[in-house]
Design a protein around this ligand. Structure first.
Ligand code: ADP
Ligand code: MG
Length: 287
């Protein structure tokens, strides 16, 4: 495109809350065939809340142990757990973050582990009666946080994070424009699929460790796709860089915003439709 066309397109973008960091991003966006969307904070509102506490023991104690650990975590799920707890925190030693899995620490001389099913496979032994109950929460689209004490699961928290109201319409529009829309998440399969169904997405890549998100983009590229990746988290930054175009949600983490070529200031996916249309118009005007 001519410098003038790019200036006009970039200016129109800014007016509509879409910041193109460079002219190349504006030119390239219309040529991509695949949009990969992070789940949490991109398709969903990113304000998780604990709605369920499954336990065979004391509900308050499960929340207390969980919140005591999450106090040291900066994961988006941590604030939901801290908010749900009404008791005084216990002191924690040996706090450890296991990216994409959860957190562990020692409370009253005993190891407490908090996180997903993969973490429980590492930290606990055997089946647990709570697992069957938990399954119905994940098929309802809730994220599960398992709580284990001394190698035994003592509770499961169900966390809900509703999709943004405009996500389904925006995703439908992207599909109508001929784009493959893919969801990419570290969350487990049933939860991811439930959210994907609500959002109108057929292709889901779930259970991805933070370090694996960029690899997932690479493998789509090796299949011949040209990819825009949209994300908000620290986890998403390498994938934003790997993609042909990285798109950050405006209220996402600084690392995501810094790693992206395009920033959606309104923090909704409708702005991505606007961005794509602006790119298309810019490229048509030069012909
Ligand atoms: P996402 O791609 O959805 O942002 P992450 O890769 O950050 O997810 O985490 C994947 C999963 O690991 C979460 O859905 C959760 O089950 C578990 N997990 C990670 N960190 C924590 C934490 N601090 N507390 C509880 N669960 C966690
Ligand atoms: Mg996210």
């Amino acid at each position: 495109a001519t410098p003038t066309a790019i200036m006009v397109g970039t200016g129109l973008g800014a007016k509509h809350g879409v910041l193109f960091k460079n002219g190349a991003a504006l030119e390239q966006l219309a040529q991509l065939d695949t949009v990969v969307l992070d789940k949490t904070g991109t398709i969903t509102q990113g304000q998780p809340q604990v709605t369920d506490v499954l336990t065979t023991g004391d509900r308050a104690e499960v929340l207390q142990l969980a919140a005591s650990l999450e106090y040291y975590s900066d994961h988006p799920l941590a604030s939901a757990v801290i908010e749900a707890n009404d008791s005084q925190r216990q002191s924690v030693t040996d706090f450890t973050t296991l990216p994409g899995l959860g957190v562990t620490g020692t409370i009253n001389g005993v190891t407490v582990a908090l996180g997903n099913a993969k973490l429980m496979q590492q930290q606990t032994s055997g089946e647990n009666a709570l697992f069957a109950q938990a399954a119905s929460l994940s098929t309802a689209g809730k994220t599960l946080i398992y709580v284990a004490q001394a190698g035994t699961v003592i509770g499961v928290l169900g966390v809900t994070d509703p999709i943004k109201t405009d996500s389904p319409a925006a995703i439908k529009r992207l599909q109508q424009l001929g784009l493959n829309v893919v969801m990419l998440t570290g969350d487990n399969r049933p939860t991811a699929e439930a959210i994907a169904t609500q959002a109108g997405i057929q292709q889901v890549i779930s259970d991805v460790l933070p370090a694996g998100k960029a690899d997932a983009i690479k493998s789509l590229q090796q299949q011949g796709h040209k990819v825009a990746m949209v994300g908000d988290g620290i986890n998403d930054a390498p994938a934003l860089v790997q993609a042909e175009i990285g798109v950050a949600i405006g209220n996402g983490t600084d690392v995501a915003v810094d790693s992206a070529d395009v920033i959606l200031m309104n923090s909704d996916l409708s702005s991505l439709v606007t961005a794509r249309q602006l790119s298309h118009k810019t490229m048509i005007n030069i012909k």
